[in-house]
Design a binder for this molecule. Sequence first.
Ligand SMILES: [Zn+2]
Length: 270
Amino acid sequence: MPESTVCLTFDFDALSVWLAYDRVTPAMLHRGEYGARVGVPRILRLLEGHGIKATFFVPGHTVESFPAETESILAAGHEIAHHSYAHIDPSGQTREEERGDMERAWRVLDRLGVIPLGFRSPSADMSESTLELIEELGFLYDSSLMTDDYTPFHPRIGDRAMRGVPLERGREARFWELPMCFELDDWVHFQFNFDPYRKGGAPPSHVLELWRAEFDFMDANVDGGVLTYCLHPQVIGRGHRIAMLDELIGHCLDAGARFERMGDVAERLG
Ligand SMILES: [Zn+2]
């Protein structure tokens, strides 16, 4: 059976994810800065220790606010991919606003010398236009949808879905979808917040149990499966969580998994 692939993806949102909230306080922004100040260096050390490469989805706002930290990711040989400029949920934007934000982020990455191969939508949500824009901008892959779990696919563009009427299928997109899911997203399990309220605070042993079981199931049942973990430096960077990630990586490596950048997976798929 072909070996399993694991993609570690880090959404380096820093301040941008907090700035997108309706009510923003200075303390919230400092929580975001933790990702740049502590999270990224700690993650880079962990990845280097295991000799593996990963994908970082970096909003343009983060690239411009934390250039040294962004450069350190590139210098270590990791992939930097597109994650919008301002991390605003596109489902509330007009098509022009969404396109303008995506093009601004593209220009920021271009100045860094990066031509992004992939895109992840802010908050993993989309507008009616998002999939079309991903194709128009020429991305090789997207990683925002949960239609599948271990198998890359071409998402449909132009579906029509309404109450009381069966699904009308659109056409297949040219780009690959490397599916993600909230169960394998550290923000969902760990991130506490007062307003808007989020419980967070899961014990790492609990999350490790879920995340390991997902890998084990794929490894036992799916030929050449690809598993995506969605992580945030400001969340996974805490000591007790980075120790859990260390253990998870070791578990997957022991089972013979290969860790790949998403861009490499998409290029391999053709
Ligand atoms: Zn994000």
